[in-house]
Design a binder for this molecule. Sequence first.
Ligand code: BDR
Ligand code: CA
Length: 323
Amino acid sequence: MTKILIDCDPGHDDAVAILYAARHLDLVGISTVYGNQSVEKTTRNALSLVTLLGLDTPVARGCEAPLTRVLAHGGDLHGKTGMDGAEMPAPRQDIVDAHAVDFIIEMASRNRGELVLCPVGPMTNVALALKKEPRLAGWLRAISLMGGATQIGNTTPVAEFNIWCDPEAADIVFRAGVPMWMVGLNVTRQVGVTDADIDRLMAAGPVARAFGGLFNFFISRLREVHNLNSASLHDPCALVPFIVPELIGYEECPVEIALDSGLTRGMTVCDFRRLTSKSLQNIRAKAPANCHVATSVEGRKLVEHILNAIVSWEDGSMPSTTV
Ligand code: BDR
Ligand code: CA
């Protein structure tokens, strides 16, 4: 079974990623980062979630700010707590006695060649870990992240939130030479929970009802802010290559992060050109591919697969990994 470590900022859809990974994969750890809320709140949310799900997955607290600037946490989409909409239990376990950066290094060292690192928040912890331990890139089986977009952004016209929070960190991650999988908004916005799905969750057990409450809040914010009619399950999409790979199509290409301070800061520039020559004067040569970029998805099938994992959580029945 694939070993996975989720680096996250829970966060409504981060919570779904944790449940989905715990259901189908060997979730060896959770590390937290600022993002959807302050790191104090995202860490508490991760601990509450582990308690709600009855897991004993270790949780390590990470960075509270990006590499190069200070960031205000507005809780724009995820509310004051970072996971508004559900009564979450008080955490039963404490954080581990290591910073997320060291925890990531330690878990990768213990599981050399096996661990998939799954960043679904700003990439500050991951970048610092790659810098601190140069062997880390070689120890990881893959990095599979939620972030970026091939078309429009959500935080600026072209930048997606996780990358926009810390473009310098994302740049370090994309240059690290680890086999990379990126799922961005172009795909994750097609994986949306509807009002009818929420009704289904509300009619099921306590865990499903908690997720129904979370989605209710999230869908109302996405309606108000982004004029969307479903709650996007961004973060669990990053796990799909290791659970139901047939549901998301990827294309390998070069990806670079725009680091300028202007309009395109935080953009994931994906080079999908079909160039045949490198030697033309006025055409920028194509860099070597460094990432598999998600370009297509069977959105409804994936939503159903994720909902089944939530609804069946209580009775412990294992939903199929095939669809
Ligand atoms: C990403 O930003 C956060 O709001 C979500 O949790 C997701 O990781 C989507 O842009
Ligand atoms: Ca997230």
